[in-house]
Structure formats: structure tokens, C-alpha cells
Ligand binder design. Structure first.
Ligand code: ADP
Ligand code: MG
Length: 588
């Protein structure tokens, strides 16, 4: 048997339906052998986008997303996706070619010691030492990526093993349909239940681990039966519909600050959740984590003795059973009053920002138009749009404006705050929902994939528009164009760009008034879609944006809408929540 065929056959046996990658010697034939076996091969323009696609595919399907690349430089490009998968706890299987074993150490073609390079960053790294062990290496890596806390695994495939022909017996692998699941011991469930019953200000926090675990039904039951308020993390949105009256996302800071007993379901107490520590959280709060990884329990503000290891869907089911119909007395509670007040205040502030009528549009105004138009064109309750978003302002501001009524229809820069993921994610979502059907969100309809991109974030992998066009993916991309990073192309005093528009590039050391965060002034990103056979729009007014959204939604090709945004739209940016500067010293 041909080495590439052994590899493709192993993937096929494991149930792999799609490979993301970038072909090149010596891995080209693996993709082709996969095609002969009915495995799709989605080839990208850069390995980085391919590996990001594979990570998101893993998240959406619950099985390792598979990425194939060449050795050396290919490995360095896919490396970006490896800590990204670790940080997000998403299952990823990377297969890379490498130089021939007999040429090792001779400065061979694209030679690098990928095993040493990746060992600290992956759950498992393996290199089969003979054709006979290829299936087992691939199986071990696949299983390790998927079981326990999901993460990345890596298989190094020397060129001579891929390209050789071997007379060996066929090694049949069985697919893994579900990882092993565990529940918590009853006495620990009782302790958690007692803590919940003693709460004055209880809160449920829902993370993307809960979405990954498909825990929506038990978590909905928990919240419905107990009446406990909840807040989702960015990708935990939709596990319970955002429209649910107990969703206090809009009063998040009040919720974290005042809660006294908190159930954290599949979310880490990391920077996204302000560590579960003061000043954002109440120092005496009992924070009870439920996580598949025991290592995570007790991290930062977590209470290790009240936390539970196990599958979040099964453990929440256990808790609901033990609660036995208990309901939180919300009516007389000061907590519900402050939550309500916080929600109303924040919603009023958002409505005010969305109503700003000046041109160029603010982010809020543009998002408001896009949201209303997309909601009219689709059935939000069904979750038939998948939202991808990245970019500092584009992601942060859109997060609260676009609501999710279903789980796993929202992808963003994630735990590692990785920019450049958007195009790969969009391709992955399209593939999971519309091509292989391995994604799940309760429905099997064709989903529209909508990517909301900052102009900087889009630039990392804008060329993947061609990938979308080549595979006839009707993905709708909005580029929120403020001609720069963060606050766009304005300095603190305002309209710096006016100066740039009127000067010839290159007349100063920085070019014509370029700040450190400038990008090309009103770059025509829509042309990338036109280049590839898609459709491009430029939208400067709400009317143009609405029309482009309607046309873009209906199109059967990729669409880029270049949305011109006010460059001072969010001045000054507030990063205090990121906690980057050391805390201020108390005044004596
Ligand atoms: P978020 O970004 O939404 O806060 P995180 O990625 O920080 O979420 O946390 C997700 C957590 O979910 C991880 O700690 C991971 O171990 C956990 N997890 C993943 N799958 C399961 C599962 N089946 N059951 C319980 N926890 C899970
Ligand atoms: Mg920008």
C-alpha cells in the first residue's frame, strides 16, 4: 500500500469527513488519497487560516478538526493554531510532512525537528517509525485530542513514509463517536446543592465548554427550574437563548460583583471572567466550577472543595435532580433589583449609541442596521445564521448587539484573543453546517455564515475570500473599516486622516501622517470579493448598508461589504477591564 493511502485510510476509518490544509510536497498525495475515500479537502492560501479552520471545526463538531501541512515552514505557520487550540480547549489534529528519516540532520529539504518544537505545546506529539505504526500514531493523536480536556495533537510524517510503498496488512481502526463521560460522586453534588440553596444572590455562568459539551438541555432545565439568573461568556451565548428573561449579560459587572454563590459551567476563571477575584468579583463569593479537567478546579477564585469534575451536561443533570424542585426566592431579593437596574441602564446606553445619526456611521449604528436586517431575513430562533467576529472594536461592540438564540453559532477570537481567525472560522462553520453536516445546533437547515471583521483582523487572512469562492461558499463578510487598528486612523485630537487624505504619501518619515495604528485610508476591501468571483459592496450610509446586507444575504457567492466607519467612533478605547496596568497604589 502507498504510504499516503495508509494515512488517508486511517483518517477515513476514524470517521474524518474533511481535511483542512495546504498541499505541498510531501503531503499533497494525502489530500488526494483522502478525496478518493470521500474525505473533503479544503485547501487554503496560508496554513494559518487552515489550522484556525480546523480548530473551529473541532469546536463545532466535538471531534478533532484535521489540518495537513508541509514540514518546516508549514509547521511554523500551523504553529499559530496549536496554542490557540490549547487556550480554547478545542480538539485539533495536525499532520505534517517532514524530511526523510535517512536525510535527518543533513540540512534536508524543509528540515525541522517538529517533534521537539511542538512537544511543549501539544497534548501529544508522535512520529511513526515505520509504515506499520502509522495507523496507531494517527489514532493515538486523534483520541488524545478528543478525550479529556480537548486540545491539539500532532503527527510528524517523514516524506519517505508518505511516499513509500509497503506490503503490510491493512490495519482497520474504529471511529470514536463520543469521548468517555464521567459524573460526580453524590456527596459532592449534595454539597453543591446545599450551597445553591443557601444563596442570597446566586448566579450561573455559562462558558463555551458547555456549548462544546452540548449541555444546553440540562442547563436550560437548571435555570428554568431554579429561576437563577445567568450570564454567558462570549461563546457561551445561545446555550440558553440570549432573549431569555434571566439572561443578565447586559448587567454583567453587577452580576459578578454581587453574586454570592456562583456555578461556573464549562468556563475558566481566566481573564475573560476577571479571574473570579476582586475587584470585579465579591471576595466572599463561593465560586463552584464544573469542568472536565480537574486541573482547572480551584484556579484563581474557584472554590476547589465545592467544584466538580465531570461532563458538564451530566453533572448539571445530577444537580437538577438533587435540587428536587427547589426555586430561588427572587422576588424579594435586592440582587434581582440591582441586576434589573444594571440591565436597564446598559440597554439605554446602547440604544443611545445606536441612535447617533451622524456620518460616517458609528460601530453601534452600523451594527444596529445589520442586526435588524439580518433578523428580518432569517429566523433567529432557529439559529440559522452563524456569526463570526474578530477585531478589537468590531468584536467587542458587536458582542452585545448581536444576540444568539442557539448554541454554537458564534465564533470569535476566543481565549487566546487570536486575530486573523475569522476567515478560517467562516470556512469551518460553512463546512460543518452546510457540507459535512457534522456541526449541530438543533437544526439541519443551510446556515448563512456572517463574518463581522475589523479591518485589521480581516487583513490577516483576507486572501481566503478566494478559498470561499473556489468552494462556492456563500459567506457574507462585513469589513468594519475605520482605516486602522483600535480607534482607526484618528489621533486623540480627532481627524488626523483629513491630513493624510490631503498629503502625498511618503512626504514625512511615517508616510503621510501615519500613526502606529493606521491602515490604508478607506481601502476598498470589497474588491477582494470581486477578484475571486464574489460580489463587493461599499456602504457609507445606513441605507447603503441595509441594501448591501439584503443583497449579500441572498447572494450565492462570497460577498464583502466594506462598511465605512467613523474613525473616532470609539474614542477613547477603555481597556481597564483587561487589567494590563499594575493596580494603582492606595493613596495614604
Ligand atoms: P469561556 O471562554 O467560554 O469562558 P473556556 O474556554 O475558558 O470558556 O472554558 C471552557 C472549559 O470547559 C474548559 O476548562 C474545558 O476544560 C471545559 N470543558 C470542555 N468540555 C467539557 C465537558 N464536556 N464538560 C465539562 N467541561 C468541559
Ligand atoms: Mg479598525
Amino acid at each position: 500500500m502507498y504510504g499516503a493511502a495508509i494515512i488517508a485510510q486511517a483518517l477515513h476509518d476514524l470517521g474524518v469527513k474533511v481535511i483542512f490544509g495546504l498541499p505541498g510536497l510531501p503531503v499533497t498525495d494525502i489530500g488526494q488519497e483522502g478525496l478518493y475515500r470521500g474525505i473533503r479537502f479544503i485547501s487554503f492560501r496560508n496554513e494559518q487560516a487552515a489550522v484556525y479552520a480546523a480548530t473551529a471545526y473541532g469546536y463545532l463538531t466535538g471531534k478533532p478538526g484535521v489540518c495537513i501541512c508541509v514540514g518546516g515552514p508549514g509547521v511554523f505557520h500551523v504553529m499559530a493554531g496549536i496554542p490557540h487550540a490549547t487556550a480554547n480547549s478545542w480538539p485539533l489534529l495536525v499532520l505534517a510532512g517532514s524530511s526523510e528519516t535517512h536525510n535527518g540532520g543533513k540540512q534536508a529539504f524543509q528540515e525541522v525537528d517538529a517533534i521537539s518544537l511542538l512537544r511543549p505545546h501539544a497534548k501529544l506529539v508522535v512520529r511513526p517509525n515505520a509504515a506499520e505504526t502509522i495507523p496507531k500514531s494517527i489514532k493515538d493523536a486523534y483520541r488524545t485530542a478528543m478525550f479529556g480536556r480537548p486540545g491539539p495533537a500532532f503527527v510528524d510524517l517523514p516524506a519517505n513514509l508518505i511516499l513509500g510503498h509497503y506490503d503490510i496488512p491493512r490495519h482497520v481502526l474504529e471511529p470514536y463517536n463520543e469521548p468517555p463521560l464521567s459524573v460526580a460522586p453524590d456527596y459532592r453534588i449534595r454539597a453543591v446543592v446545599d450551597a445553591i440553596k443557601s444563596a442570597k444572590s446566586p448566579l450561573v455562568v455559562i462558558g463555551k465548554g458547555a456549548a462544546y459539551a452540548r449541555a444546553e438541555r440540562p442547563i436550560q432545565k437548571l435555570v428554568e427550574k431554579t429561576g437563577i439568573p445567568f450570564v454567558p461568556t462570549p461563546m457561551g451565548k445561545g446555550v440558553i437563548a440570549d432573549s431569555h428573561p434571566l439572561n443578565y449579560s447586559a448587567a454583567r459587572s453587577v452580576a459578578l460583583k454581587e453574586a454570592d454563590v456562583v456555578l461556573v459551567l464549562g468556563a475558566r476563571l481566566n481573564w475573560i471572567l476577571s479571574f473570579g477575584l476582586p475587584p470585579k468579583w465579591n471576595a466572599t463569593a463561593k465560586i463552584m466550577q464544573i469542568d472536565i479537567s480537574a486541573d482547572e478546579l480551584g484556579q484563581n477564585g474557584g472554590n476547589p472543595s465545592l467544584s466538580l469534575v465531570g461532563d458538564v451536561a451530566l453533572v448539571v443533570e445530577q444537580i437538577v435532580d438533587r435540587l428536587d424542585g427547589w426555586k430561588w426566592e427572587a422576588r424579594s431579593s435586592p440582587f434581582s433589583r440591582s441586576l434589573q437596574a444594571g440591565k436597564e441602564k446598559n440597554e439605554a446606553r446602547a440604544a443611545k449609541k445606536a441612535a447617533v445619526q451622524t456620518l460616517p456611521m458609528t460601530f453601534e449604528r452600523a451594527f444596529d442596521v445589520m442586526r435588524k436586517t439580518l433578523n428580518d431575513l432569517s429566523n433567529p430562533a432557529n439559529g440559522d445564521i452563524v456569526y463570526v467576529s474578530e477585531g478589537a472594536n468590531a468584536m467587542d461592540i458587536s458582542r452585545s448587539i448581536f444576540t444568539m438564540e442557539q448554541p454554537r453559532i458564534k465564533l470569535d477570537a476566543g481565549t487566546y484573543a487570536t486575530m486573523g481567525v475569522g476567515m478560517g472560522y467562516a470556512v469551518a462553520a460553512y463546512t460543518a453546517y452546510n457540507l459535512t453536516g457534522e456541526g449541530s445546533s438543533g437544526t439541519k437547515d443551510h446556515k448563512k455564515v456572517v463574518a463581522i471583521e475589523g479591518d485589521s483582523a480581516f487583513g490577516f487572512s483576507g486572501m481566503e475570500i478566494e478559498t470561499m469562492a473556489r468552494f462556492q461558499m456563500d459567506i457574507l463578510v462585513f469589513v468594519m473599516n475605520n482605516s486602522g487598528l483600535y480607534r482607526g486612523d484618528a489621533d486623540e485630537s480627532g481627524r488626523w486622516h483629513e491630513k493624510r487624505r490631503n498629503t502625498v504619501a511618503g512626504t514625512t518619515t511615517q508616510g503621510a501622517g501615519l500613526t502606529a495604528w493606521s491602515l490604508g485610508y478607506e481601502t476598498k476591501y470589497q474588491k477582494l470579493a470581486e477578484m475571486a468571483g464574489g460580489i463587493g459592496f461599499e456602504a457609507r450610509t445606513p441605507e447603503e448598508l441595509k441594501e448591501a446586507t439584503v443583497q449579500g444575504f441572498k447572494a450565492k457567492v462570497p460577498v464583502v461589504v466594506n462598511v465605512i466607519i467613523d474613525q473616532q467612533a470609539d474614542l477613547p478605547m477603555d481597556f481597564s477591564w483587561l487589567d494590563m496596568a499594575p493596580p494603582k497604589k492606595e493613596a495614604k
